[in-house]
Ligand binder design. Sequence first.
Ligand code: ADP
Ligand code: MG
Length: 257
Amino acid sequence: MLAAPSKSGTIEIKGLQKVYESKKSRFEALRDIDLTIGENEFLTIVGPSGCGKSTLLRMVAGLDEPSGGSLQVDGEEIIGPGADRGMVFQGYTLFPWLTVRENIEYGLKLKGVSILERRKISNYFLKVIRLESFDKSYPKQLSGGMKQRVAIARALANRPRVLLMDEPFGALDAQTKLEMQEMLLEVWEKEKTTVLFITHDIDEAIFLSQRIVVMGAGPGRILKEFRVELPEGRTPEVREHPDFLALKRELGQLLKH
Ligand SMILES: Nc1ncnc2c1ncn2[C@@H]1O[C@H](COP(=O)(O)OP(=O)(O)O)[C@@H](O)[C@H]1O
Ligand SMILES: [Mg+2]
């Protein structure tokens, strides 16, 4: 058994603004975003296309700069990408020339982790994502769901304090998507990492999250927040729980406008 990550992270977003400007145009993508995501929390952002979800996540990832406000992980200002934040995006492709195991070990190798230690970690995560027998396969030999499992393992292998996921299951078929959601919850419970998840799938948001933030567009902002009061250790049956259905209806109404 591997040592658990040192600590999961707290994300603090204060008065965040994002304006995309060019010579000819100015577009306010995000206005006054205030949001704190606690240690080991699973928080999901939902909202219509174009409301700035990806923009927000990219800034937390350090891939894009805010126009105003502040963004911190564990009290430290975000100034660029870092190993403390793992990322899994929908189109975030694996390295096609590396095997599954080499993809998982990639970040560790960069950090100079020894082969022995790398093997231990990749063995552990191959098991977590149930792809032990695919360690020598290449990405092109895998299904979409398997590829995303490897992407999750690759992110987790670096032991990030925060996992950032932008519609990671958006391209998968319905059945695979459900399996991935269950696997992700298992991993989250084991790994004790903070998760900031984005989806436009309300059902997915409720199934996975402890808290859901609804964003609206024009300019991108937070409209409302919901705490998901469903039992932990969720099984698919939770989808028939009256509280699940009530929340689904409420979120559906909110997103229609
Ligand atoms: N680099 C960019 N330059 C100009 N506008 C952008 C850029 N990236 C995103 N936008 C605009 O910002 C808005 C929010 O985009 P995005 O964050 O991708 O939304 P979402 O992920 O919620 O669908 C959209 O209207 C989009 O067109
Ligand atoms: Mg997006």
